[in-house]
Design a protein around this ligand. Structure first.
Ligand SMILES: Nc1ncnc2c1ncn2[C@@H]1O[C@H](COP(=O)(O)OP(=O)(O)OP(=O)(O)O)[C@@H](O)[C@H]1O
Length: 251
């Protein structure tokens, strides 16, 4: 059986007359997690939006379980759960009403709404208006909507942004659970410790190109015990600025 869920073949994206993504190729199988890392403006969100079908590549092809957005839009969209990096919620709705609305669009049962509210720890506050939620609570609600239809492919743009240490740890546990259920996951993050904790494979994007890639173990082999953060420093540090973080990290 073919376990490949997501396939990118030589993707390019031009925006505003500029090439934002140069040539990205990757494969992601069932039960695998890929972390997209890189500096600000590297192209992570653009790449994830293309996978989610929100943007179309200028060149190259994206397949999800063999389907393309162009030819099989419905089947393609059906496989995806997408958590954007920012979202403006309907201000008058409660958490439960918000999820129930998304669930009805995706023909998901109300039992599943309660299940995901429980998973992300919002069941007690489900009747509260989303407008009263903190950033971290809104992130958890966005995560819950992405999980609603038990997608084959979970796409998340900076999912741990705004989470406190408790929910950060819980998020790691949740992703491990979702991974063990056989879902494929691709997400972007600036938090290298999160990439290290949950991903099988890490891609560093720099100026729209895949600058480094490999398993976290392979980063340790190549860059020493600080693996991903040493790779990040090499790829993205400004040579004229002192690397204070390095000193802080030294025991
Ligand atoms: N609609 C657009 N028109 C022109 N340029 C764009 C557009 N959207 C994004 N860009 C540019 O594309 C580049 C990549 O942006 P993107 O948001 O994908 O980066 P990112 O890696 O997600 O960054 P960050 O970590 O800061 O969120 C940036 O230089 C950005 O200015």
């Amino acid at each position: 059986m073919d376990r490949i869920v997501l396939e990118l073949n030589h993707i390019q994206k031009e925006l505003g007359g500029q090439l934002i993504i140069h040539d990205a190729s990757l494969k992601l199988a069932q039960g695998e997690v890929i972390a997209l890392c890189g500096g600000n403006g590297a192209g992570k969100s653009t790449l994830l939006r293309m996978i989610a079908g929100i943007l179309q590549p200028t060149a190259g092809e994206i397949r999800i379980k063999g389907k393309t957005w162009k030819k099989d839009r419905k089947e393609y969209a059906h496989q995806i759960g997408y958590m954007p990096d920012d979202y403006l919620f309907g201000q008058g709705l409660s958490a439960e009403e918000t999820l129930a609305f998304w669930a009805s669009l995706r023909k998901v049962s109300s039992d599943r709404v309660s299940e995901v509210l429980e998973l992300v720890g919002l069941i007690q506050v489900r009747k509260r208006k989303v407008s009263s939620f903190s950033k971290g609570m809104r992130q958890r609600l966005l995560f819950a909507q992405a999980l609603l239809a038990k997608p084959s492919l979970l796409i998340m743009d900076e999912p741990t942004n705004g989470l406190d240490p408790y929910w950060m740890g819980s998020f790691v546990e949740l992703i491990r659970y979702v991974k063990n259920e056989g879902h494929a996951i691709i997400f972007s993050t600036h938090q290298l410790q999160i990439a290290e904790a949950i991903s099988d494979y890490v891609l560093f994007l720099k100026e729209g190109r895949i600058a480094e890639e490999g398993t976290t173990a392979s980063f340790i082999e190549r860059y020493g015990p600080y693996g991903l953060s040493a790779a990040f420093d090499k790829l993205f540090a400004f040579p004229d600025l002192p690397l204070l973080t390095k000193e802080i990290r030294q025991p």
